[in-house]
Design a protein around this ligand. Structure first.
Ligand SMILES: [Zn+2]
Length: 164
């Protein structure tokens, strides 16, 4: 499943990428206009994620798959998508998609990032990934642990609701 997030859901788009989902964000594409947003969803077969009821209804009318996302923070929004069967909570980070730009990530050798990452990071890590689109370099640093904790919280939300 591929997604297109509206301008209010930039943070959600970033998290979908961390989970490995191919997700474009209106924010990054500087899309301000709903017609253009709907065109991209249709042309690329992406599910439109929106918090805008009007836009959601227009998409439905035009036969474009859209989700009216519930939840006021990204944890609840992700839990909503899981509960409705759109995504699964995979191991994070999936290291498939660049959280910044949605470009595919590629694993690179340690030598290739020499001089490109802080020396301390270079010395203490053996695995590196680079975004084939924007060139951003990734490694499993302290943020990696926080990502796992975040996903655990989302899991908690998903389970809570199913008991209620
Ligand atoms: Zn990138």
């Amino acid at each position: 499943m591929r997604f297109l997030a509206d301008a209010m859901l930039g943070k959600l788009a970033e998290w979908l990428r961390i989970l490995g989902y191919d997700t474009l964000a209106a924010e990054d594409l500087s899309i301000m206009d709903d017609d253009y947003l709907l065109d991209i969803a249709e042309d690329e077969g992406r599910v439109l994620l929106t918090k805008d009821v009007e836009l959601y209804e227009r998409a439905k009318k035009e036969g474009i798959e859209a989700v009216l996302v519930e939840g006021n923070d990204v944890e609840h929004q992700l839990a909503f998508l899981v509960k409705n069967g759109y995504i699964e909570l995979r191991e994070v980070p999936s290291l498939e998609r660049c959280p910044k730009c949605n470009g595919p990530l590629k694993k690179v050798s340690k030598e290739e990032v020499k001089g490109l990452v802080p020396m301390g990071v270079y010395m203490s890590h053996d695995e590196f990934w680079v975004c084939t689109n924007c060139g951003q370099i990734y490694w499993k640093g302290s943020h990696w642990k926080r990502m796992k904790e975040f996903v655990e919280r989302v899991k908690g939300l998903v389970e809570d609701k199913s008991r209620a």
